[in-house]
Design a protein around this ligand. Structure first.
Ligand SMILES: C[S@@+](CC[C@H](N)C(=O)[O-])C[C@H]1O[C@@H](n2cnc3c(N)ncnc32)[C@H](O)[C@@H]1O
Length: 315
């Protein structure tokens, strides 16, 4: 499956914002196939260090092979980024000069039918880490129709979510939902060559549900700026508007946390600024990249830098 290379999205923009340097310590907490990580290692030669984290053991193994030429500067850890400060501590890392979170699934996960992310016949699984948590089939065993409809609507803006949830659970309980190809067939809509498959949003919503992707992101954002050294930079690439909104809100909050009513002569809340945004608006891929890697189309990049501690917001 090595041939199914994942093209790192907006790699130039990530490197420009993160500015990897010799002697620096960088965390890629969504290591995937290691494309971004490789660039970070090249730019931080000869002695920059990389900590690569992924919840998918198969991704870690693949990235380790790709990054073998830099193995003396790499540490790999299996885990979730919601747990980043503890994972860093576990391998003796204190704070990083750069942290990257390139969210969602990788092309390798998506393209391997046996992982259950695609419309080709595969198991009802969809776990990025198949050693942890319930698979899609196990979730469907116990899920109420209302709950499933809510997830389809919230994570995929699926129209007719209530009806579809009923259909999915009926098929599952009746034993007809044997694989992901059968699941895709339950979604109404025209299948036209070259057009987006009508089940795309449904599969995305179920994947987000199975992997608790928004909870993961919220937990990681809550811990900011803890994993970063002063001057350290964090870069996020989101492919879902809900994720991008969470990132944006948290970065705005960390930059201007004062909650005093406007017009007060002095700040009474004493909340401190801990990060400065490096992107006021989300950065998007250019047309060339979208042409060569259509998957990058929905990417939204945001970045921020940890500032010296104890800066008040100046009122
Ligand atoms: C979009 S891919 C990253 C691709 C990578 N930047 C590259 O250049 O190849 C996302 C990766 O993040 C991993 N991932 C997603 N959510 C995670 C989480 N909460 N904790 C750790 N890894 C996660 C996935 O398993 C997947 O391998």
């Amino acid at each position: 499956m090595e041939a199914l290379a994942h093209q790192p999205v907006m790699a130039d923009q990530v490197m420009e914002l993160m500015q990897p340097k010799a002697g620096g310590a960088y965390v890629d907490c969504t290591l995937g196939a290691g494309g971004h990580a490789q660039r970070m290692l090249e730019l931080s030669a000869p002695d920059g260090r990389l900590l690569g984290v992924d919840r998918d053991p198969a991704a870690l193994a693949m990235a380790a092979r790709r990054l073998a030429p830099f193995s003396d500067r790499c540490t790999f850890v299996h885990g979730r980024f919601s747990d980043l400060p503890r994972l860093m501590e576990q391998v003796g890392w204190q704070q990083a000069d750069g942290v990257l979170a390139d969210l969602g699934v990788s092309s390798m996960q998506f393209d391997q039918a046996e992982r259950g992310f695609s419309f080709q016949a595969g198991p009802l699984d969809m776990r990025m880490d198949s050693s942890a948590g319930p698979s899609l089939a196990e979730l469907l065993d116990t899920m109420a129709e209302k709950e499933l409809a809510l997830a389809l609507r919230r994570f995929g803006e699926v129209r007719g979510a209530k009806k579809l949830a009923h259909r999915i659970l009926e098929a599952h309980r009746g034993g007809a939902l044997t694989d992901t190809a059968e699941l895709a067939k339950l979604v109404p809509g025209l299948r036209r060559p070259g057009k987006t498959h009508p089940a795309t949003q449904v599969f995305m919503a179920l994947r987000i549900l199975v992997n608790q992707e928004l909870d993961e992101l919220e937990s990681m954002l809550r811990r900011l700026p803890e994993p970063l050294a002063v001057g350290g930079r964090v870069v996020f690439i989101a492919f879902h508007s809900l994720e991008d909104r969470l990132v944006k809100r948290r970065l705005v909050d960390l930059e201007g946390p004062c909650i005093c009513p406007p017009g007060l002569p002095t700040c009474g809340c004493n909340r401190k600024i801990s990060m400065r945004r490096l992107t006021k608006r989300a950065v998007m891929p250019d047309e060339d990249e979208i042409r060569s890697n259509p998957r990058s189309r929905s990417a939204r990049l945001r970045a921020a830098e940890r500032v010296a501690e104890e800066i008040s917001d100046g009122r």
